[in-house]
Design a protein around this ligand. Structure first.
Ligand code: PMP
Length: 359
């Protein structure tokens, strides 16, 4: 059976060519007679895989040596505890920008380890826009400002970020590598790998080195960024297989022309889908245009009774995982880097047909 188009928010679609390479190497990696899953993370062979992945990730995002790059366990969520533990204190404070579900999850976790100031929020309008940076009320004593530049569930994103005096820490789970960004604007960027990088289980962190070394006493060793930096993400056995696949995704992206080039493709894919939705009589997206995400496109059907039919018919057309998050309902098309333009075109064709048949 051929591969279908997977619009899932994560674990998300991976480049088919990467999966094929992995398949070909799975039982016998580089003629060594064993699988990459079966080799020691301390071996020279694995060290080479790890270094190469880091080198390519640095190249793709133009990350200088003043930043530490980590590949860790625990996806994005573990960082929600690690961030206040490493960069604030029980008496300290941190500012959080409330842009939706994931920002809120980060803030709730941080409250266990520091005091939280809500710098801005768009909750009153049901997160229909990203609070602009000019509206953030960051307290002077904040140790950092936390943002979620792409809200995977709500489908909103922050388009432009300016440097602040206080380090900005950003959850880039669902938008890392999707378009060019200036790493130097941030104290730290982090996220789970399972959207634009590779298999779930892996998380990434890019941390300004001069922020390291101030972790709270209670910080578990495994959650101390300094320890992870000094051990090159190998304080314990890392998620070796996910890291290996991530390395292949980085190579795939470099071969496609890197972040500049995928950024243009991503813009084009998103614009096509939003244009279609805005001009249709059946579908709608209520996010303010200036805040619309190019990675996650939520939409609803004006007649909600058609939801189940839409999902079953789309699956019959080879378009999978279009159901919106349970907290918001409706539909959501996640169109990460590995979703080809043809996937978006196939979705639009189907949506047109469905509209014609059901309106
Ligand atoms: N932040 C964002 C923006 C996300 O989209 C997700 C997962 N969808 C998370 C955090 C949580 O990630 P994980 O499951 O890897 O912990």
């Amino acid at each position: 059976m051929g591969r279908k188009f997977n619009f899932g928010a994560g674990p998300a679609t991976l480049p088919t060519s990467v999966l094929e390479e992995v398949k070909n190497e799975l039982l016998d990696w580089k003629g060594k007679g064993l699988s990459v899953m079966e080799i020691s993370h301390r071996s020279d062979d694995y060290t080479e895989i790890a270094h190469e992945a880091e080198k390519d990730f640095r190249k793709l995002l133009n990350i200088s040596e003043s930043y530490s790059v980590l590949f860790s366990h625990g996806g994005a969520t573990i960082h929600n505890a690690m961030i206040p533990l490493n960069f604030s204190s029980r008496e300290g404070e941190a500012s959080y920008v409330m842009s939706g579900h994931w920002a809120s999850a980060s803030m709730k976790e941080a409250k266990k380890y520091t005091n939280v100031n809500i710098a801005a929020s768009s909750e009153k309008t049901n997160f229909s826009f990203f609070p602009p940076q000019s509206s953030w009320e960051v307290t002077e004593k904040s140790d950092y400002i936390h943002i979620t530049p792409n809200e995977t569930i709500g489908g909103i994103s922050l388009k432009k970020i300016k440097k602040e005096l206080i380090p900005i820490i950003a959850d880039y789970s669902s938008s890392i590598l999707s378009e060019p960004i200036d790493i130097n604007l941030f104290g730290m960027l982090y996220g789970g790998a399972q959207k634009n990088i590779g298999p779930a289980g892996l998380g990434f962190a890019i941390i300004k080195k001069d922020l390291l070394g101030k972790a709270q006493e209670i910080t578990p060793t495994m959650l101390n960024y300094k320890v992870l930096t000094e051990s090159s993400s190998m304080f314990n056995t890392p998620p070796t297989f996910s890291w290996y696949v991530a390395g292949k995704v980085f190579k795939w992206l470099i071969a496609k022309g890197g972040v500049d080039s995928i950024g243009l493709i991503n813009q084009k894919k998103a614009m096509k889908l939003y244009n279609f939705i805005d001009n249709s009589n059946l579908y709608r997206n209520d996010i303010e245009k200036s805040s619309r995400s190019i990675m996650n496109v939520p939409f609803s059907l004006k007649n909600e009774d058609l939801n189940n039919k839409f999902l079953s018919d789309s699956a019959k057309h080879g378009l999978l995982e279009l159901k919106g998050h349970r907290s918001v309902g409706g539909m959501r098309a996640s169109i990460y880097n590995a979703m080809p333009e043809e996937g978006v075109e196939a979705l639009i064709e189907f949506m047109k047909l469905f509209e014609a048949e059901n309106l």
